[in-house]
Design a protein around this ligand. Structure first.
Ligand SMILES: Nc1ncnc2c1ncn2[C@@H]1O[C@H](COP(=O)(O)OP(=O)(O)O)[C@@H](O)[C@H]1O
Ligand SMILES: N[C@@H](CCOP(=O)(O)O)C(=O)O
Length: 323
């Protein structure tokens, strides 16, 4: 891609939606400990006419027509919002580097959305200076686009990918997401099986109501988890990482899920669950040795084809950033 002075390139990390206990309201951004970049990046550059080009490991799985790519839709929405505010129109082209598999449970669409909006906003800051969106407005726009893809607005991938760390959705329009303290000694083993699970379909199979006891457990666990993060009580935090909303319904879509959980727990995992709507699973461990033995079992038994991969991660504290 031709470089110009205004060219802006943004990376947005992969994320774990739900983190087992916080369906739709809790998410965490991931940073592999080998310092590789796990996520998509988007470049915005001057151009007379809009176009979108794509490359990257999973670019061949994107919709063939660029108007169906969420990045094009981000550009159109961003432009529409600017014009509605009386801001000048952007004259740009975009490039998407697609490294996250689609339908993986790693917040793949969210990563493209966050990188696209962040790059467009940073580009606007360079070119027009004052004409930019604030953090909360940009996050709201990201959530709206994510909602178009998955069938309903949920911020548990876009918020951590944008802001970094572990984020809790507040339900308040003025501050959509809150950053929680991060237990930085934990390792997060994430393993993508190589299969594809549509988020919209994995949401459609969930019940529309839950029992009183599941509801109470959901609320109690979330409250205890947040308190234990503030008190840095690792054992208590891990003890409430239990999914009472989605796992029992979704695990049928994930071959070898029960076996993977059994191995992880026998090998000192503090917690094991589905990342987002799957098929990626994650295990939390205290030690690198335990993370490595779980990663090696998952690589041998959970990965189903050549698209699969696994990483040992920490929580990404930076969120989206320019490259
Ligand atoms: N840039 C993009 N990244 C990911 N998915 C995209 C993109 N553009 C369009 N899509 C479409 O959005 C849908 C994303 O599916 P979904 O199951 O929500 O994926 P994920 O859970 O990985 O975000 C797919 O139909 C995919 O073709
Ligand atoms: N809370 C959502 C998270 C979906 O994450 P994804 O990475 O699978 O898109 C859900 O569980 O449906």
């Amino acid at each position: 891609m031709l470089k110009t002075d205004n060219t802006t390139k943004a990376f947005a990390p992969a994320s774990i939606g739900n983190v087992s206990l916080g369906f739709d309201v809790l998410g965490a951004a991931l940073a592999p400990i080998d310092n590789s970049l796990l996520g998509d990046w988007v470049e915005v550059a001057d151009a007379e006419q809009f176009s979108l080009s794509c490359d990257g490991r999973f670019a061949h799985k994107l919709p063939p027509n660029s108007v169906d790519n969420i990045v094009t839709q981000c550009y159109e929405y961003f432009q529409k919002k600017r014009l509605a505010l009386g801001y000048k129109a952007l004259k740009v082209k975009m490039h998407l580097h697609k490294d996250l598999p689609i339908g993986s449970g790693l917040g793949s669409s969210a990563s493209s959305i966050v990188a696209a909006f962040y790059a467009l906003n940073q580009y606007s800051a360079k070119v027009f200076e004052a004409e930019v969106f604030d953090k909360n407005t940009l996050l709201k726009m990201m959530g709206e686009l994510e909602g178009q893809i998955s069938g309903s607005i949920h911020y548990d991938n876009v918020a951590p990918s944008y802001l970094g760390g572990m984020t809790l959705m507040s339900g308040q329009d003025t501050q959509i997401a809150l950053n929680l303290p991060v237990l930085d000694k934990w390792y997060w083993v994430a393993c993508y099986s190589g299969l594809s699970v549509s988020t919209a379909k994995a949401r459609a199979i969930l019940p529309t109501s839950y029992s009183m006891s599941d509801t109470l457990q959901f609320g109690r666990q979330l409250a205890v988890f947040v308190d234990s993060l503030h008190k840095r009580d690792e054992a208590l935090a891990a003890s409430v990482m239990i999914d009472v909303i989605a796992e029992q319904h979704r695990k049928a879509l994930l071959p070898y899920f029960d076996e993977a959980r059994a191995f992880a727990i026998q090998n000192q995992a503090l917690s094991f669950g589905i990342s987002g709507s799957g098929p990626t699973v994650f295990a939390v461990t205290k030690t690198l040795e335990s993370a490595q033995s779980i990663q090696s079992w998952l690589a041998q038994h959970y990965i189903q084809n050549e698209d699969g991969f696994s990483h040992i991660c920490k929580i990404d504290q930076a969120g989206t950033r320019t490259l």
